[in-house]
Design a protein around this ligand. Structure first.
Ligand SMILES: Cc1cc2nc3c(=O)[nH]c(=O)nc-3n(C[C@H](O)[C@H](O)[C@H](O)COP(=O)(O)OP(=O)(O)OC[C@H]3O[C@@H](n4cnc5c(N)ncnc54)[C@H](O)[C@@H]3O)c2cc1C
Length: 464
């Protein structure tokens, strides 16, 4: 990192930029959106100043951060920017395997398919630590410090544009007003628990060669994601989404990784016992690689007006926050950074006024909305025609591949994942009509009923 940059006050840095007659962009927050936007603008020849509340060393010493699996397109974007430092070591997320389960401890059906291009989930502590030094090496000035609202005022005065990419915990609530038309929820829809583990037995149950999803509708969704962990390397990041107040909402009292792991193991045994052996030898990758909590999915107005009347632009979680159920936050932050970098460059020397910035955000939202629609759809009980598409996926991997490609590009799911008539037309493309669908559904029903009867008989035999 540029050591001078760290010791100079921000005012001096920005005056240097002004002297050079280059448009200067201040970026607050060295996270997913901040690093990608910095790299994009540096490549385009802009003067970038990155303001981070953490040094590279702080990031490495930090608590565990979210799984943040990037799917193919955004892995490609990072690669094109030369931010792909873990291509050789990180386990590839080659596809998805979904088990749709019942509360009778059985899998009603599974669907699996490879991705067209693999995804990657690399520990954000590694990414952001390396990202800061990388953009500094490429010419960004990096200033370390927690930027306050007053700090934003002075940055807004000194830069042509200030972009706030500080996530959802920082200025978000005060600075960027909620957009109530675009926000569907007013409270968290899931209670989240995330833990990174190692020492598991990947061969113990089918599907772990992919990102594996264990869904028990109405109770919990568990995601087992191939992950590159700062401390142990190849690992799994386990994300659990429990319906609030439901039987899987058990992590409220958890205070350590070990406690969380014990609760996870117990819960898995109760609902997904075929994963017991997978977890038998497993342990947390470190005492700090876990998270619990809940997020209220919220869309905010993209332009924040400061007390002085100056304005800043928000990107990433600061303005579009989704529940991680569809793994879209980091992908969307990356996508948004790419989109806005392009628009900023196209703007040339024209001012970045609030009207123009809002118009760009609206243009982004035309596609970005489909990301939120997908995340929100997974938070809701699946509708009958969505279940039909999934059941068809379990029989036809090419349909599963189309569905799972939605994680990479949610726009591709519209309209057939959301509308009955479109879903029927989509299945018809694969020669699946009502009769074929009925045949698939009867086979699933037969499996579930047989399991129920056998279980009831076994329970009766075991009763004293
Ligand atoms: C359990 C869980 C699992 C997830 N899994 C996925 C997934 O698989 N795929 C996916 O796409 N998304 C996932 N996400 C979401 C994803 O992690 C975020 O959406 C993404 O990191 C947002 O990027 P960002 O740049 O907006 O913010 P961040 O990456 O959070 O970066 C913001 C940075 O700004 C810094 N900062 C904050 N305040 C200040 C300040 N005042 N001054 C200076 N710096 C500041 C912070 O240090 C932080 O590093 C998950 C989230 C959770 C909770």
């Amino acid at each position: 990192m540029n050591r001078l940059a760290r010791s100079y006050p921000w005012q001096v840095l920005s005056r240097c930029a002004a002297l050079a007659h280059v448009r200067s962009i201040g970026i607050v927050g060295a996270g997913q959106a901040g690093i990608v936007l910095s790299a994009e603008l540096l490549r385009a020849g802009y003067q970038v100043s990155l303001y981070s509340d953490r040094t590279p060393e702080d990031y490495l010493a930090d608590r565990g951060r979210p799984t943040a699996c990037l799917f193919g397109d955004q892995v490609g974007r990072e690669r094109a920017l030369g931010l792909n430092f873990w291509d050789d070591e990180a386990p590839r997320v080659r596809g998805i395997h979904v088990d749709l389960c019942t509360d009778d401890r059985m899998i009603a059906f599974s669907a699996a398919a490879p991705f067209r291009d693999h995804g990657l989930a690399v520990d954000q502590r590694l990414k952001f630590s390396r990202g800061i030094t990388e953009v500094a090496d490429r010419g960004a000035t990096v200033a370390i410090g927690d930027v306050s609202l007053d700090g934003l005022e002075s940055l807004a005065e000194q830069h042509d544009l200030v972009v706030v990419t500080a996530g959802n915990r920082s200025f978000g609530k005060d600075l960027f007003k909620p957009d109530t038309d675009r926000s569907v929820y007013r409270e968290p829809q899931r209670r989240l628990f995330m833990l990174n583990i190692c020492g598991y037995d990947e061969t113990a149950s089918p599907g772990h060669e992919y990102a594996k999803f264990s869904f028990l509708p109405g109770v919990v969704e568990i995601f087992w994601v191939p992950f590159y962990d700062k401390d142990v390397g190849v690992a799994k990041s386990v994300v659990l989404e429990a319906i609030p107040g439901g039987p899987a909402d058990r992590f409220g009292e958890v205070t350590t990784a070990e406690e969380g792991f014990d609760v996870l193991r117990e819960l898995v045994h109760d609902y997904f016992p075929w994963e017991d052996d997978f977890l038998a030898g497993a342990k947390p990758t470190s005492p700090v690689t876990w998270i619990k909590g809940g997020l209220t999915p919220t869309v905010r107005e993209p332009v924040g007006v400061l007390p002085s009347g100056r304005h800043v632009l928000g990107l990433g979680d600061a303005v579009i926050l989704n529940d991680p159920i569809a793994g879209q936050g980091a992908n969307n932050a990356t996508r948004m950074a790419g989109f806005f970098a392009e628009r900023i460059v196209e703007r040339g020397n024209e001012p970045f006024d609030p009207r123009w910035l809002t118009a760009q955000f609206d243009a982004f939202w035309a596609q970005g909305k489909l990301v939120n629609d997908f995340s929100n759809a997974l938070l809701e009980p699946l509708q009958g025609f969505q279940q039909d598409v999934l059941i068809a996926s379990s029989r036809r991997p090419e349909i599963a591949a189309r569905v799972f490609e939605g994680f990479n590009d949610p726009a591709g799911l519209a309209p057939w994942f959301y509308e009955l008539a479109a879903a029927r037309a989509f299945l018809a493309e694969y020669g699946i009509g009502r009769v074929e669908l009925l045949r698939y559904k009867l086979a699933v029903a037969r499996k579930v009923i047989t399991h129920k009867l056998l279980k009831r008989r076994a329970d009766r035999r075991a009763a004293p």
